[in-house]
Design a protein around this ligand. Sequence first.
Ligand SMILES: [Zn+2]
Ligand SMILES: [Zn+2]
Length: 366
Amino acid sequence: MPRRKSMPTQSITAAVLRAPGREPVLEPLTLEGPRPGEVLVRIAASGVCHTDIGFLDSGASGPVILGHEGAGVVEEVGADVSGLAPGDHVVLSFASCGACAECLAERPAHCENFWELNFGFSRLDGTNAYGPDVRGHFFGQSSFASHSLTTPRNLVKVDPILPLELLAPLGCGLQTGAGTVVNSLAVKAGQSVLVLGTGTVGLAAVMAASYLGAEPIIAVDLHPRRLDLALELGATHAVGNRGEGLGRRIRDIAGKGVDHVLEITGDPELNRLGRELLAPGGGMALLTGDSGPGELPGGRRIFGVIQGDAVPQRFIPWLIELNLTGNFPYHRLLRHYPFKDINRAVADSKRGAAVKPVLRMDMDEG
Ligand SMILES: [Zn+2]
Ligand SMILES: [Zn+2]
């Protein structure tokens, strides 16, 4: 019988959600050390995304650790990991298997194991490194914690000169909004873009569309403050989603229809409106909700998008470069909180007081 090696462990602090609807509480836990092909990262900061909030409210059964917009420093690498070493600064993005046909074709957001790896709260083999009682591995990272056990395919190496608390939210919401415009819809200069919902994802889409020279860029939202921000970030028109005649007000701006629609609200009314406003040959990307893809007359396309069809290791460095050259000023959306104030950050996001809350694990007072 082979001798059983004792597994090195790491003492960590994690925000544990004990039951849906309860507030997560910071708890000490013991995390396994990295197995072959795994990487231990000390988390410096983590964005709070809508998907986290959905799980906090209703999504998970049993105690879990959420968080999927981490950034930090590599602490330890397991066997068979190349290209990463302790001390490397990294942004954490979604998980993909690297072995299926979609991953081999460089479409990791379409990974055949995407659901299990990102929402299964375990490794692909069903094991869980966070203990018998609490499950982690959310999006392959569970970044609402002092440490994350993750994989190289989640990780994007970044310049250590850059502040990790600014980089953290690039791994999901910002990548999704910008990637949908750049990759999924392939927006071109002079084309019209309609963004239904201007949270982090919608505002990232506005900034990317503006960078590409789209016009008009029409932002729709309920919150006047978000619409003001959309105008500052590159929207040419802001339309409040209240009262009558939303479709007519958009037609007054876009004329015969819009070339590209991003539906980010999950609201069936806005979904229907987006379809109606689509110009011949236009495309509508659904970023939430389950109104399935479909074809409409005139070559109009409707399709669901995951993670902006991005390859994080290429797309996130590009977004950082855009930001550094002043073309993707996403830092204006961020509001930072000490890790212990996670529940205040979530509450601020829900009531619209913060567009993108970012938790800082190294910060004591907010
Ligand atoms: Zn795969
Ligand atoms: Zn997310």
